[in-house]
Write a protein that binds this ligand. Structure first.
Ligand code: GRF
Length: 199
């Protein structure tokens, strides 16, 4: 399975996927490209260190559709079959979703459908939930709302701050993202929606 990963920043989830592909934990796969919309994303150097091609595609005042068209072209020309959003801080256009229908996955640092959008861990602390976690899901046209592939729960402690909770959730994110991509790489095509609901 050829994988393309989109990032905007630190890239720790991208690193978890690349390392799992390189170790064979995610079988029969190859990370064909890492694309960042930010030239200063720390993840770019981490991709390069691991021998993965990295490309910067900035929005530069273009429409979302024009920006996405360039990203879609870069992914398609490398034969990418699965797009992993890993801290990619932009909404995708409809064109993007349709170009890779049921082939885009995202990781979100809460137990969706609770706390979609930005600052999910802060939202969890402020709401006083006792259990949070992370979710890997397919991407559709709504924000953080597509079919869920898997979740991992993390206890919220009384003395947690956004930082301490985020750190524990992040550890689970790395495990969850690797596990989800492994399911997609190993499974027959029927692990993709709509059949995912039958699993
Ligand atoms: C993660 O918490 C992810 O769930 C969210 O953005 C953060 C990205 O972290 N979407 P990293 O760039 O993978 O380290």
């Amino acid at each position: 399975m050829k994988i393309g990963i989109l990032i905007s920043g630190r890239g720790s989830n991208m690193v978890a996927i690349v390392d799992a592909v390189n170790s064979g934990e995610i079988p029969d796969s190859d990370v064909a490209v890492v694309i960042s919309d930010k030239p200063n994303a720390a993840g770019l150097a981490k991709a390069r260190e691991r021998g993965v091609e990295s490309v910067v595609i900035e929005r530069k005042g273009r429409t979302r559709e024009a920006h996405d068209a360039e990203i879609i072209a870069e992914l398609q020309k490398r034969g990418v079959e699965l797009v992993c959003l890993a801290g990619y801080m932009r909404l995708l256009s409809k064109d993007f979703i349709h170009a890779f229908e049921n082939r885009i996955v995202n990781i979100h640092p809460s137990l969706l459908p609770a706390f979609p959008g930005l600052d999910a861990q802060k939202q969890a602390i402020e709401h006083g939930v006792k259990l949070s976690g992370c979710t890997v899901h397919f991407v559709d046209e709504k924000l953080d709302a597509g079919p869920i592939i898997l979740q991992k729960a993390v206890e919220v402690r009384d003395d947690d701050t956004t930082e301490t909770l985020s750190a524990r959730v992040l550890e689970q994110e790395h495990a969850a993202y690797v596990e989800a991509v492994k399911i997609l790489a190993e499974g027959p095509a029927c692990t993709l929606p709509p059949v995912v609901f039958c699993l």
